[in-house]
Design a protein around this ligand. Structure first.
Ligand SMILES: *Cc1c(COP(=O)(O)O)cnc(C)c1O
Length: 403
């Protein structure tokens, strides 16, 4: 290509200038001075791991999501494992979940030696379709694990009603949905147990971290024991009571979230509402821009739902494009836009194919969506210019490949 043929419309992948000079990731944390002070204060205190910040963080979090109890964990994945344990999942049991998620949602079922049973998703929200649930329930079914994909709450009312009829426990994977609401009720107050993650790309971070919210005192007690080797009382209580005795009553793990991390979590929690508002504003700006583009399908929001916008996944209308998703993805990356894909459906991963014999074609709605999905950058620290750069890059690339 000669230099004179390069125009502002020439894609970076074809030798043009990228829309921006620096790479914009799809998600990242925001840490301010008050977060740093909270952590350094904790470092100077008597407690690095289980100390007063753990309970303070858990109480503040429970209040924020409208749950009676909150039990913190070392990650969202260990929180999922603990919830699967507390639900009583064991060898021979089945648990129903969605393929349109991060592998950890299904893996936690396998950690308990139970069998994950996938069910297809709704075409609009890509959340577990409650219409398929009843046909998947067998005498061995013990739990349902819906995921609030991208931060849009799953159909909790229907799922809970079905679970109730069949005596099943609902573990909601709300790792995308901290701060989301379903008919004016906060996610965290609805399911038997609701799981959150504090990974740096999520709404608030503790570095690594996770939590289970529940209204059940029984689940909360099991969860607390499970994260601490299956031991009944923690070191602080023993010291306060001048009491050497402890008992290990179940096979647990060391899944504790340290005081250091909880100090950061408490400080981050104060910024949750601001973070959510920023994500909602970015989503509104994106959706307004993409409504004008017929080859781009913005995410749907069902009535009565206030999503938390962990992700902003667009779907491409491939019938209007001369390129597959992979080409458009690569072109956007070359424009320095850190697009991603959420998710490769879990059953298509080699581990699940080999262990359970999946070949593809089992969950057509999820698999079709997967061919067309691209997650655009979405995080509360994005500037207005970052948002405009993303819109500009999507317009540039999609218009280039438009039929
Ligand atoms: C982030 C995430 C997890 C796991 O969280 P970690 O804290 O990274 O272990 C689980 N499920 C979903 C849907 C997630 O997005």
């Amino acid at each position: 290509m000669s230099a004179t043929s390069v125009t502002p419309q020439t894609l970076a992948i074809d030798g043009g200038s990228p829309v921006r000079d620096t790479f914009l990731p799809y998600g990242r944390q925001s840490i301010d001075e008050s977060d740093i002070t909270a952590v350094t204060d904790a470092l100077r205190s008597d407690w690095l791991t289980t100390g007063p910040k753990v309970g303070e963080f858990e109480e503040a979090f429970a209040a924020r999501v409208g749950a009676k109890f909150a039990v913190s964990f070392s990650s969202g994945t260990s929180a999922l494992h603990a919830a699967a344990f507390a639900a009583g999942l064991k060898s021979g049991d089945e648990a129903i979940t969605t393929p349109m998620t991060f592998a950890a949602t299904a893996n936690c079922i396998l950690y308990q030696a139970a069998t994950p049973v996938f069910t297809d998703v709704q075409a609009d929200t890509l959340n577990l379709d409650p219409g398929h649930l009843e046909s998947k329930i067998t005498p061995n079914t013990r739990a349902i694990l819906p995921v609030d994909y991208a931060g849009h709450p799953a159909e909790l009312e229907q799922i809970l009603a079905i679970a109730d009829r069949h005596g099943l426990i609902v573990i909601e994977d709300a790792c995308h949905a901290l701060g989301a609401e379903h008919r004016d009720r906060p996610v965290g107050s609805l399911a038997d147990m609701t799981v959150f993650s504090f990974h740096p790309v999520k709404h608030i971070t503790t570095g690594e971290g996770g939590l289970v919210a529940t209204n059940s005192a029984k689940f909360a007690e099991i969860l607390r024991r499970f994260r601490n080797h299956g031991i009944c009382s923690d070191a602080r209580q023993r010291q306060a009571n001048d009491h050497w005795h402890y008992e290990m009553v179940l096979l647990g793990y060391n899944y504790r979230l340290p005081d250091l991390a909880c100090a950061l979590g408490l400080s981050q929690l104060q910024k949750l509402d601001r973070n959510l508002q920023r994500r909602r504003d970015i989503a509104a700006r994106y959706t307004a821009a993409f409504r004008a583009m017929d080859a781009v399908i913005p995410p749907t929001v069902r009535p009565g739902v206030n999503p938390a916008w962990h992700l902003y996944p667009i779907r491409l209308d491939l019938s209007r494009l001369r390129a597959e998703r992979a080409q458009i993805f690569r072109a956007l990356r070359r424009e320095n836009i850190g697009v991603n894909v959420h998710y490769i459906p879990v059953h298509l991963h080699p581990y699940y194919r080999e262990r359970f014999g999946y070949t593809g074609g089992e969950f057509p709605v999820a698999e079709d969506a997967y061919q067309r999905l691209i997650s655009l950058p979405m995080f509360h620290g994005m500037s207005d210019q970052d948002v405009e750069d993303v819109i500009h890059a999507v317009e540039k690339v999609v218009n280039h490949y438009r039929k």
